[in-house]
Design a binder for this molecule. Structure first.
Ligand code: UD1
Ligand code: MG
Length: 456
């Protein structure tokens, strides 16, 4: 099967420099959703017709399985499909090929609906995806005689009786490719908009005696397009609601299905609970029994069994081990890998570091480019000084070490197994195992000292 995706339109009402089909829904361009639907159907040939912001669109989404046809200028939907013709497989034997037309700005059509449409086309029909709307204003209307589709009339070309028709053209259709190749060059543009209408192929099919079948979407939003930021936001909510329902169906507890945003893939084990206002990006895995409290942002990360993420955490490209407790207000940056039962508390930042089992950094710390062993206690205010302004260096803290509060570890430096660093230490050389290392000015008290007084 061929799929042609129409994506040349301007999108004036988005009031944006970004081409319309590149505006994101669930974190990905609208057009990416449509391309994914086409792939899901197993299309052999996918051609995107692009025009406005063409190169930008192509650069953003190009892939080896896509063909691109430039439509310049844009003279209508029929003219758009014509630009794709050279890229389509037109073979009629052993079986005739079909072409499915999708819109790049209609992102949420379900594969099951498209399969129904393809089935309706059978081996020799033109099939239209149509819907019944209470307010059909603006859409092409499906004109039937004795129940049979005879043509489509655009709103601007319709008379009053035709405007009263509630069955509308969603724009999505399936046609035998050889017939398309025959019909498209004969399209005219003598209509209210001076455009080459793809919809005129319906009357052509009828005049050839080709049956015209119809199929319908399950839900209205499946065929809704994005022309404005309002419509974009509305479809985003529809999509997020669908994702939330999918999660709850497999047993995830959502405090409020209207307050979760999944912009990618969220994989959850059993008994996972997610509180309000969490955002998941990229691929996120939450193992059995994980809880994520309110207002967390998790991107490309794996959270181990039974781990608890307290409110207001930001976790990206990181791994959290089983039974660990993160936050509130913790930040795990790329390369943070935490073992089992690790505690990372408030205002602790971890980057490109491993922290082994049962270690804790509970308050106000920066751990960057560090290797931390097991059962280590990192005191409040600890900082790994990993960067000299030009290069980065590693800090190694071995098992059972105790790092006193307000300590700076000037990397490269190693704290030996079981070592203790006194509070306030600035460590510039390795600390030997099992000893107390402290760098601190001697404390003194000056008897009889008087505070200065303000001069009169
Ligand atoms: C089209 C249909 C109408 C249908 C409606 C559904 C025609 C003539 N009319 O009308 O029956 O009810 O969609 O939304 O087909 N595009 C191009 N190149 C062009 C023109 C359009 O790529 O030259 C693309 C647009 O980017 C968009 C799609 O085709 O993705 C539909 O174009 P649009 O201008 O919205 O068509 P409508 O006039 O709404
Ligand atoms: Mg439109």
């Amino acid at each position: 099967m061929n799929v042609v995706i129409l994506a040349a339109g301007k999108g004036k009402r988005m009031h944006s420099d970004l081409p319309k089909v590149l505006h994101p829904l669930a974190g990905r361009p609208l057009l990416a959703h449509v391309i994914e639907s086409a792939r899901e159907l197993g299309a052999e040939n996918i051609c995107v017709v692009h025009g406005h912001g063409g190169e930008q669109v192509r650069a953003a989404l190009d892939a080896p399985d896509l063909a691109w046809a430039l439509q310049e200028p844009q003279l209508g939907t029929g003219h758009a499909v014509m630009q794709a013709l050279p890229h389509l497989d037109i073979a009629v034997s052993p079986a005739p090929t079909f072409t499915l037309v999708l819109y790049g700005d209609v992102p949420l059509t379900r594969a099951s609906t498209l399969r129904r449409l393809v089935a309706a086309a059978g081996s020799d029909k033109l099939a239209l995806l149509t819907a019944y709307l209470d307010n059909p204003l603006g859409y092409g209307r499906i004109v039937r005689v004795d129940g049979r589709v005879v043509r489509i009339v655009e709103e601007k070309d319709a008379d009053d009786a035709e405007r009263a028709i509630r069955e509308i053209n969603t724009g999505i259709l399936v046609a035998p490719t050889a017939a398309l190749a025959r019909w498209l060059p004969t399209l005219g543009n003598r209509n209210a908009q001076g455009e080459y209408y793809l919809t005129d192929i319906v009357a052509m099919a009828v005049s050839e005696g080709m049956p015209v079948a119809t199929a319908h979407p399950d839900a209205a939003w499946e065929t809704e397009g994005v022309n404005s930021k309002l419509q974009l936001a509305a479809l985003e909510r529809v999509h997020q609601r669908n994702v939330a329902e999918g999660l709850m169906t497999v047993g995830v507890t959502l405090a409020d299905p209207a307050r979760i945003d999944v912009r990618g893939e969220l994989l959850c084990g059993r008994d996972v609970a997610i509180d309000v206002n969490c955002v998941f990006e990229g691929r996120v895995e939450l193992a059995d029994g994980v809880s994520v409290a309110a207002n967390c942002v998790l991107k490309n990360c794996r959270i181990g069994r039974g781990a608890r993420i307290a409110p207001f955490c930001h976790i990206e490209d990181a791994v959290v081990g089983e039974q660990s407790i993160i936050g509130p207000y913790a930040r795990l940056r790329p390369g943070a890998e935490l073992g089992r039962d690790v505690h990372v508390g408030n205002f602790v930042e971890v980057k490109n570091s491993t922290i082994a089992d049962h270690s804790k950094a509970n308050h106000l710390a920066y751990i960057g480019d560090a290797t931390i062993g097991s059962r280590v206690n990192v005191g409040a205010g600890t900082i790994t000084c990993n960067y000299d302004g030009a290069n980065k260096f590693r800090t190694v803290i071995e098992d059972d070490a105790f790092i006193g509060s307000d300590t700076q570890l000037v990397a490269p430096v190693t704290v030996g197994r079981g070592a203790t660093l006194g509070a306030g230490t600035t460590l510039t050389r390795d600390a030997p195992p099992d000893q107390l290392t402290v760098s601190r000015a001697k404390q003194m008290s000056i008897p009889g000292w008087k505070r200065p007084m303000k001069k009169k």
